[in-house]
Design a binder for this molecule. Structure first.
Ligand SMILES: Cc1ncc(COP(=O)(O)O)c(C=O)c1O
Length: 405
């Protein structure tokens, strides 16, 4: 049998790229809106959106035009010089977050590292924690990235094993447990770092009032509340930030993914002057962070979010998605559905197949999702998806699970 182009490209990738991912066997060639086309010309509905990096869809015209215009002007200066998009980017992003200052980076993990460094420095310089004693409290089952410091406070053995020695200074408490958090906070605690909804853990929404409780506790104890909104933020849950669902404003937002509009990697830490004002030249940085191309694309993302249109769409379609998925619970195949807005974690009964098997079956029917933790699939389509396409995707899920009406 002759090898298909798909098989040949996958074999070649397997031979020459590190096996740090286990992608579905599809090779994408082009994409537009909520749809991707593979090298054989087959079309797929994207129900993952690059883990929320593609909230505004593939090839979004406004974002592509902004990028193209900037490509013709200047793409990179490094921070050795000023460039003419930087001030506007920082001002507008700070305003979107209701904060004073922005520290731009590139990837999510870098932004989390930046938040960790900022909290420690704030702890020593502002709070007065003795040198070297700063402690940051994090949640079990977190996912904040892949650097050595971040995996040091992961509870996922796959993410951690063989990567020690680990960075000290972190304490792990169960997610959603305010009493455990209260116990863990000491005079040396400089920050609590959590995801307002845990994405990689399976789209885990904390108990009602948890975020508000974290806010109250951190304020009482003079501890920074760092919200990692890299996946939950920028429209996904129907609000600009998932913290808004509990009317909570953290001290530091950590942003990434959709901030780059699916075009370029853009991340940032956004906070008050008291917090981000701790830095002096030479203490932190990135050659690419806040580059002109990144700023131009992110400015367009900010403008799109300022309209509220995408948040509204996520709310409306999200209600529909959760109503439809809710109907599957208890019917045998689906054990539980969690999430907010256009974001869902669907726990499949293992007798119907693993998350991976369900994802592969969906792929065969032209729908792309991704499994997590064995038996969960994550659904997070671009916010620009039409209701008809979403319904078609849900029909495919029902067909795969054998739960058609
Ligand atoms: C909540 C959260 N934080 C951080 C990261 C890491 O981002 P990146 O992969 O861009 O380093 C992710 C990625 O999935 C994430 O979901």
């Amino acid at each position: 049998m002759t090898e298909s182009r798909t098989q040949a490209l996958i074999a070649s990738a397997d031979a020459h790229s590190a096996h740090n991912y286990h992608p579905l066997p599809v090779v994408v060639a082009t994409a537009e809106g909520a749809w991707m086309t593979d090298v054989e010309g087959r079309r797929y509905l994207d129900m993952l959106a690059g883990y929320s990096a593609l909230n505004f869809g593939h090839g979004n015209r406004r974002l592509i035009d902004a990028a193209k215009a900037q490509l013709e002007r200047v793409t990179l200066t490094s921070r050795a010089f000023h460039h003419d998009r930087f001030a506007e980017f920082c001002t507008r992003l700070a305003a979107l977050c209701g904060k004073d200052m922005v520290l731009p980076m590139n990837t999510g993990a870098e932004a989390v590292e930046t938040a960790v460094k900022t909290a420690r420095k704030w702890g020593y310089r502002v709070k007065g924690v003795p040198d070297g004693q700063a402690k940051i409290v994090v949640a079990a089952d977190n996912f904040h990235g892949r650097t050595t410091t971040i995996v040091s406070f992961s509870t996922d053995p796959e993410a951690r094993a063989d990567f020690g020695p680990y960075t000290p200074g972190f304490e792990i408490v169960p997610y959603g447990d305010l009493d455990a958090l209260r116990e863990a906070v000491t005079d040396e605690t400089v920050a609590v770092l959590i995801e307002p909804i845990q994405g990689e853990a399976g789209v885990l929404v904390p108990p009602a009032d948890y975020l508000a409780g974290v806010r109250e506790l951190t304020r009482e104890r003079n501890v920074l509340f760092i919200a990692d909104e890299i996946q939950s933020g920028l429209g996904r849950t129907g609000k600009t930030f998932a913290c808004e669902h509990e009317d909570v404003v953290p001290d530091m937002y950590v942003l990434g993914k959709a901030l780059g509009g699916g075009v370029v990697p853009v991340s940032a830490v956004v906070a008050s002057r008291e917090v981000l004002g701790v830095y002096r030249p030479g203490e932190h940085g990135s050659t690419f962070g806040g580059n002109p191309l990144a700023c131009a694309v992110a400015l367009e993302v900010i403008a799109m979010l300022e309209t509220g249109e995408y948040q509204e769409k996520a709310t409306e379609l999200g209600e529909h998605l959760h109503r439809e998925l809710g109907l599957l619970v208890g019917g045998g195949a689906v054990r539980e559905v969690r999430g907010r807005g256009l974001w869902a974690g669907v726990d499949i009964d293992p007798s119907y197949g693993t998350g991976r098997e369900i994802s592969e079956k969906l792929m065969e029917r032209g729908v792309l999702v991704k499994d997590t933790h064995g038996s969960t699939i994550r659904i997070a389509p671009p916010l620009v998806i039409s209701k008809e396409d979403l319904d078609w995707g849900l029909d495919q899920l029902r067909a795969v699970l054998g739960t058609e009406a």
